[in-house]
Design a protein around this ligand. Structure first.
Ligand code: DGY
Length: 325
């Protein structure tokens, strides 16, 4: 019997770093995506024929409808991401399909980006970069344009999971005072002096900066809306390295246009990459194209973590990062 016959068949929906693809080819009968074509739902379902597992990414929208149409051979969906809002986990569970994600390994890279957003938004990085590139740089001036001081300010963290805590650790190096809102307070040793707020509304008036680090769920979607933004101090700054749909774009854009908010730093957007075009012309918005986990080290670690889960599953074990049982 050839080795390939006994190896599980795996559909890999996107091109992954070489080290990850090398490991995939050693253990799986793999359908790789060398051209990195974005599969439409029908194509994904077609390519999944006879596959035991799918290795997908946030660009694959595995709605309940798509999951119900997957071939019966599919027993596990491993996503190359910590976020899993692109997968209807309940529908997968109903079909007996295991779902796994890749927590931990992208915590530091994503927290680094949150700090870049805080600094970039506060200090006008976007405006500054364009001024130099477009040859609009005039003489140094004592009075402006001026940014917002970060050191010593109050940072509110919405979602104090692994990434939120890593953001807090970094922000302490800037002498920021940490406030946070999560479903539950952290055990005291992990709080490191951060102040817990049982409700978001209670925390917002305390935030010179608000960092969004929660998952996208029915409860958090559009939760940063006009009413919530109104609770922030005038001149506050919002940064988002979690998911775009947590913010109501109309509300954020109005608040930037009116000057209620001094700036925003956004790495994620509702409907990305087709973002609300009004962001592009806002001088006070520092915009990045979803770079949270985008370092080679982290992307390799994400791939290896997804493969650990797949290996465990196909060895008959419960994968460490199982999201459903
Ligand atoms: C994730 O893993 O959910 C990230 O958004 C990808 O960078």
């Amino acid at each position: 019997m050839s080795a390939s016959i006994s190896r599980p068949r795996l559909l890999v929906s996107r091109k992954l770093p070489q080290d990850v693809e090398t490991r995939i080819e050693q253990s799986y009968d793999a359908r790789l995506n060398a051209t990195d074509t974005l599969y439409r739902a029908d194509e994904l379902i077609e390519h999944a024929e006879n596959c035991g597992g799918l290795l997908v990414t946030p660009t694959d929208k595995l709605t309940g409808e798509v999951i119900r149409r997957l071939p019966a051979s599919v027993k596990i969906i491993a996503t190359f991401s910590v976020g899993f809002d692109h997968i209807d986990v309940a529908a997968a569970t109903e079909r007996g399909i295991r779902v796994t994600n890749t927590p931990d390994v992208l915590t530091d890279a994503t927290a680094d980006i949150a700090l870049l957003l805080i600094l970039g938004a506060a200090r006008g990085a976007s405006w500054g970069d364009r001024t130099v590139r477009e040859n609009r740089w005039g003489p140094w001036t004592p009075t402006g344009p001026l940014g917002v001081q970060v050191t010593g300010k109050r940072l509110g963290i919405y979602g104090m999971g692994r990434i939120g805590q890593a953001v807090a650790r970094r922000a302490r190096a800037f002498d920021m005072t940490i406030h946070y809102h999560s479903r539950h307070a952290l055990p005291q040793p992990l709080e490191q002096g951060a102040r817990y707020h049982a409700t978001l509304d209670e925390m917002l008036p305390q935030c010179d900066f608000l960092s969004i680090n929660c998952a996208s769920t029915p409860e958090t979607r559009s939760s940063i809306d006009a009413d919530r933004i109104a609770l922030l101090p005038d001149g506050a700054i919002i940064v988002n390295s979690a998911r775009g749909d947590i913010i109501d774009d109309d509300a954020l854009i109005n608040a930037l246009q009116s000057g209620k908010l001094a700036a925003a730093g956004l790495d994620v957007f509702k409907g990305e990459p087709d973002i609300d075009p009004r962001y592009r012309s806002l001088e006070t918005a520092f915009l990045l194209p979803h770079l949270g986990s985008a370092t080679l080290d982290t992307r390799i670690a994400m791939g290896m973590r997804a493969l650990d889960n797949l290996d465990e599953f196909f060895a008959g074990k419960r994968p460490k990062d199982s999201l459903n049982g």
